[in-house]
Design a binder for this molecule. Structure first.
Ligand code: E4P
Length: 216
């Protein structure tokens, strides 16, 4: 499973990318609006850092979605256009695929939506885990079902496990067959840490210093 960052905060993304395990970033209109910045500038800066930057359209009809998508995809070859799972989103997907634009279909909440988006040509689908948990269902089942369907029918569309809210979501997404997990920075920082790593390192260093006659 590859690891993406779900954020539009360029400075924090840079601090994580420097650690070497991230290959993409997903944004959405909510995340972009929190920055107060011009979206295209953000997409350009992120595309210099990672090989995949999902840039989501905010238009609602297919024609305007295509126009907006073409503007984003012309910023940099690493930009992947994010379209919502709506009828207009699907119409726009077909037009954009004919033009060779890579597309991530977002706001996927059922296995049938994922299969339809894949058959319509999506390069990526983004099933949302946390928002399903929020309404009292088990979001991870969606990842498992989509993964099973894609494997059974030899579908090459990549599954991006989205709406990840905590470290257990991350591990279960990997076990459930997600190709990619897009993870908010707050969760990424937690994934790096383990108390036994800190305790172990402290002991190694203090033993080393003692044996070398260094005061600890
Ligand atoms: C996915 O691409 C979305 O940006 C994101 O994962 C949504 O997460 P949320 O449900 O925590 O807002």
């Amino acid at each position: 499973m590859r690891i993406f960052i779900d954020s539009a905060d360029v400075d924090e993304i840079k601090r994580i990318v420097e650690l070497g395990f991230v290959s993409g970033v997903t944004t959405n209109p909510t995340l972009i609006s929190k920055t107060g910045r011009e979206p295209k500038e953000i997409y350009y800066e992120l595309a210099q850092m990672v090989e995949h930057v999902s840039a989501e359209v905010v238009s609602e009809d297919a024609e305007s979605m295509v126009k907006e998508a073409l503007e984003y995809s012309s910023i940099h070859p690493n930009i992947v256009v994010k379209l919502p799972m709506t009828n207009d989103g699907l119409k726009a997907l077909k037009i954009l695929k004919d033009k060779g634009v890579r597309v991530n279909v977002t706001l996927i909440f059922s296995p049938s939506q994922a299969l339809i988006a894949a058959r319509a040509g999506a390069d990526f689908v983004s099933p949302f885990i946390g928002r399903i948990d929020d309404i009292g269902y088990y979001g991870m089942d969606l990842i498992k079902q989509v993964s099973q369907i894609f494997t059974l029918h030899d579908i090459s569309t990549q599954i991006i496990a989205a709406s990840i809210r905590h470290p257990v979501h991350f591990v279960e997404a990997a076990l459930s067959g997600a190709h990619i997990a897009t993870v908010p920075p707050a969760v990424i920082w937690k994934l790096l840490k383990h108390p036994l790593t800190d305790i172990g390192l402290e002991k190694f260093l203090s033993d080393w210093k003692k044996s070398m006659g260094v005061n600890v």
